[in-house]
Design a protein around this ligand. Structure first.
Ligand SMILES: [Zn+2]
Length: 146
């Protein structure tokens, strides 16, 4: 009698799957660089990646380096893991970070106690390797003069 598939009790985290549109972002992250699409016509940065500039409609876009600095635009503290894969991390902070260049991205705040996070907190990017392919840009507090 078959006993079915062996259950693996180490739960793998879901990770992003790069595609043609997003591979430059992930390649840069593997090299510990944060890049965003920037319009060569109007200099506007945007994120998520699009085929046309949302500011002026130009298709002349280029992946450009960001400073990695920004501030907390909004955040929440997760106390109940959405799946067993995240259980070891609770409580953790999910935040929307407003980059100095303008785009907002959803990310995690790390290297800080959740109770110390506030809207407007200055942050800087850090990189966490999750697999051979995926390194995740996350953010940590920075001093105002950093
Ligand atoms: Zn533009």
């Amino acid at each position: 009698m078959s006993e079915g598939p062996v259950m693996n009790h180490v739960v793998e985290r879901p990770l992003p799957v790069p595609d043609a549109a997003t591979e430059p972002y992930w390649a840069a992250a593997r090299a510990h660089r944060l890049v965003m699409p920037r319009c060569l016509e109007c200099d506007h940065f945007h994120f998520y990646p699009r085929t046309l500039c949302p500011q002026c409609g130009s298709a002349r876009l280029e992946w450009s380096a960001c400073t990695g600095n920004g501030e907390v635009y909004s955040f929440t503290v997760v106390h109940r893991a959405p799946s067993p894969a995240f259980a070891p991390d609770v409580p953790y902070v999910v935040a929307t970070v407003a980059l100095d260049e303008g785009p907002h991205l959803m990310t995690n705040l790390v290297n800080c106690a959740p109770a110390t996070v506030a809207i407007g907190l200055p942050v800087r990017v850090v990189f966490r390797r999750a697999s051979d392919e995926i390194t995740l840009p996350m953010f940590e507090p920075r001093s105002e003069d950093a």
